[in-house]
Design a binder for this molecule. Structure first.
Ligand code: ACM
Length: 797
């Protein structure tokens, strides 16, 4: 065969093979980028990314980590092609038309990047590995790499819309925290958690490693931390406020070895994430004390805690403790290269210090006026040590009490006030106020959520979060470094549950901390989020879909209960269905769609006077072929039990507290719907302090023979049965006569019903005079304060 013919033959073969292999699947890019970039400008044209594409980077770069590795691995897996990475100097033809070029520009801020997609190439510009890495994280989202199945034998190419993305974070500190002391998480999950942090361009993982319930980091100098402090005998069952208190009797614990920690730190650094370890002191130290009782102010013995809360046994500020903590921190600092070491500092009761002769003497010697100043002395000594190793401390905002350590960064959790005070003192601040940054709080109606610690931080509130408080000068504002979401795990036992609480709220927080205020837009974020749910599904990452689930509005009427499904999203592609198979014959569809599905917005009406009914709904996005199945809610139960009071009108001498206002106010007390035992749904009304008078008035003379009141006792939460509840009645709406007093003696703690029996009394109206407990007994949480009185229902039969 002559040479020229051979060439022709080979060329034909390549062309044929190319069209066979590469012509198979084209993926179209999207701009559903979270967090929303600073600026996106669309341009003319399409960039075709295919098997020829290489990454060519500027040889001037001295990367602190490899910014291409994560992208390369994922790209190769999902495209079916190898991705070559080279620096320009070794490249024969740097003007290759289908490449991704990475240029260095030192005038660009550390975490910023420019991503320019044009017909010819993709051009990334940054000054650091972090900036370049974020550009590739953006490209990864544009290419939907995470949503695609593995390439296997097929090959893909991408058509990307020409655009110019100029991007960089609004805040330099963007953190997510995880408490592994209350519930331990395996290393693989920690890595997955870091993956999501990095995917959403957060840059810090705050690893809460020690607490009363477990010490989770190996310290070679103190083996009893591994043998004793890492394990608790048993764990509280249910919520802290439940009564009676029960434990599971199961030994629980675990810790991370040095080797595991080094591996995780390296893993994080390859993804642009810094890990800040937290070693709690002087409070939340009971696990350490159980292992080394000489660290306490009393001889003990101490136990690793099996329940939640704040404990009085804390580190004693003696020399044994300081030596111990310095040795611990020394090992911690060899494992974690972070600039910051978190030393806790929150929730340290001072009883033991006040009772200790040693502490009194120390205070005298050091000229400290009170135990708060002693805490400040403690923190300053630790700060000196940490600073001597070239590192800085972060502490929760209690480290302000008694005087702030000079170089400390304050993590403001009890609102923003601590952070404001610290910024005014010239110290740096990370804002993580309980509302809305505590992601262990409820995100949807507690009646249908897994048990949580309390609170209510729905995603909209998280999205609106802005760490910058009002009223700081320009200079003071520079001290607000950013914000953080916290995932405390008292009520979060599993990895999947951690994800359920964290996502999507942490994703909203990522955008809140990254994106300029002017570019933030809830409804745009919402539409991107539904796309990201597909990504999370592909990543096998759990999340709460409560934000796309329709809100259920319950309304109690004299004729029955209505349920209305409402979605803030009025999107044609987002349909809400209520399955009629869960609707038994006594549910009447008021506003029905077709016979199988009730299409939202719709309403169903429930008439009969019986108990729990269930409903189920689903949300579907018909467009999305990756997500063909509608997401179906769990079957939710409603307990509805109306009494004669439902037809009466109700009023009160003072409104219930804004924190516990009831559904539609005081009407919640006669609507036939009972509160949950976590007292944070819409069914409870609560008052503290002053007496309250409740009037219930019928339309006509009504015969009654008993009154039942749903009340709550939860002393840990300052909730007590009222001191007294007196009942008067009237037949003429003018003169009221005393008809009885509820007997509250011997009523057990927890949620309970108290009843008053009457002998067929005819009334036009009833008047209940309720006196909340005026003073919480000594020795109890909140001693000396007025107690809360909680009522969820007044049923009249
Ligand atoms: C905290 O939530 N105790 C910092």
């Amino acid at each position: 065969m002559r040479p020229s013919l051979k060439i022709i033959f080979t060329t034909c073969l390549i062309i044929l093979t190319s069209s066979f292999i590469f012509g198979q699947k084209t993926i179209y890019g999207n701009l559903n980028i979270i967090p929303q970039p600073k600026s996106i400008e669309l341009a003319e044209g399409i960039f075709r990314l295919n098997h020829k594409t290489k990454i060519i980077y500027d040889p001037q770069f001295h990367f602190s980590f490899d910014p291409f590795q994560i992208f390369k691995k994922l790209y190769e897996e999902k495209s079916g092609f190898p991705l070559m990475i080279t620096d320009k100097s070794s490249e024969d033809d740097p003007r290759n038309k289908q490449d991704i070029l990475v240029d260095m520009n030192q005038s660009i801020a550390e975490e910023d990047y420019i991503l320019k997609i044009s017909k010819e190439n993709v051009r990334i510009t940054s000054s650091t590995a972090q900036g370049a890495f974020y550009a590739f994280q953006t490209l990864r989202q544009i290419m939907s790499l995470d949503q695609l199945p593995k390439a296997h034998d097929q090959h893909r190419q991408w058509n990307l819309q020409a655009s110019l993305i100029t991007d960089g974070p609004r805040y330099s500190y963007r953190g997510l925290h995880l408490d592994v002391a209350r519930h331990f998480q395996p290393v693989d999950f920690i890595k997955k958690y870091i993956d999501r942090i990095s995917f959403y361009k957060m840059n810090t993982f705050h690893w809460h490693l020690t607490d009363d319930q477990g010490w989770r980091i190996e310290i070679k100098k103190y083996p009893k931390l591994q043998e004793i402090a890492a394990w608790r005998d048993e764990t509280l069952v249910g919520h802290y406020s439940d009564f009676p208190v029960t434990y599971d009797g199961i030994k629980y614990g675990g810790f991370y070895t040095h080797e595991e920690i080094r591996d995780v730190v390296k893993y994080a650094s390859e993804r642009g994430v810094t890990i800040i370890p937290e070693i709690e002191m002087p409070g939340h130290a009971q696990a350490a004390l159980a292992a080394y009782p000489e660290l306490g102010c009393t001889p003990g013995p101490f136990k690793v805690a099996g329940t939640w809360g704040v404990f009085e046994d804390v580190f004693c500020p003696n020399e044994i403790t300081f030596t111990f903590l310095e040795n611990v921190l020394e090992e911690v600092m060899t494992l974690f290269p972070s600039k910051y070491i978190h030393i806790g500092g929150d929730e340290c009761p001072k009883n033991r210090w006040n009772e200790s002769a040693y502490c009194q003497q120390l205070m005298k010697k050091e000229g400290l006026k009170n135990a708060s100043e002693l805490q400040s002395y403690f923190i300053r000594r630790i700060e000196n040590y940490v600073n001597s190793k070239g590192r800085q401390i972060i502490g929760w905002d209690e480290i302000l009490d008694g005087g702030l350590a000079p170089n400390a960064t304050v993590m403001s959790w009890r609102g923003k006030e601590g952070g404001i005070a610290a910024a005014k003192l010239g110290n740096d601040v990370i804002m993580t106020p309980g509302s809305p940054c505590y992601l262990d709080h409820y995100q949807a109606d507690p009646a249908f959520e897994p048990v949580a610690i309390g609170g209510f931080n729905p995603i909209e509130k998280v999205y609106e979060f802005d760490p910058m408080p009002e009223g700081l000068s320009e200079k003071e504002q520079t001290h607000i470094l950013g914000g953080q979401g916290n995932v405390w795990t008292e009520y979060i036992p599993t990895s999947s549950h951690v994800e359920y609480m964290a996502y999507p709220r942490a994703i909203a927080l990522a955008e809140a901390l990254w994106t300029p205020r002017t570019e933030k837009d809830w409804s745009h974020f919402y539409s991107k989020l539904t796309e990201h749910f597909v990504t999370l599904d592909s990543m096998k990452t759990n999340y709460s879909a409560s934000v796309v689930q329709p809100q259920v509005i319950l309304e109690s009427h004299p004729e029955g209960l209505s349920l209305t499904w409402k979605s803030e999203l009025d999107r044609p592609l987002q349909n809400i269905y209520i399955t009629s198979d869960t609707l038994s014959h006594d549910w009447r569809l008021v506003d029905s769609g077709d016979t199988t599905w009730l299409r939202s917005p719709g309403k169903i009406f429930y008439k009969s006077e019986t108990y729990t009914k269930a409903y189920k709904y689903s949300v579907s996005s018909e467009k999305n072929e990756n997500h063909p199945k509608p997401k179906v809610s769990p079957v939710n139960g409603i307990s509805y039990n109306p009494s004669k009071a439902i037809a009466a009108s109700i009023s009160s001498s003072s409104k219930p507290s804004e924190r516990y206002p009831g559904r539609g106010g005081i009407k919640a007390l006669t609507d036939g719907l009972r509160g949950n035992k976590f007292f944070n749904g819409q069914d409870w009304c609560a008052w503290d302090g002053d007496p309250v008078v409740i009037d219930i008035r019928f339309d006509t003379m009504t015969e009654i023979d008993s009154i039942t009141m749903g009340i709550l006792s939860s002393p840990q939460a300052w909730i007590y049965l009222p001191e007294s509840v007196l009942v008067k009645a009237t037949t003429d709406l003018e003169t009221y006569q005393y008809i009885g007093t509820f007997d509250l003696s011997g009523t057990p703690a927890g949620r309970t019903d108290a009843s008053l029996r009457l002998a067929n009394t005819k009334v036009m109206a009833l008047r209940l005079s309720i006196l909340p407990l005026q003073k919480i007994p000594s020795g109890m949480p909140g001693a000396g304060h007025a107690a809360w009185a909680f009522i969820d229902e007044i049923s009249i039969y």
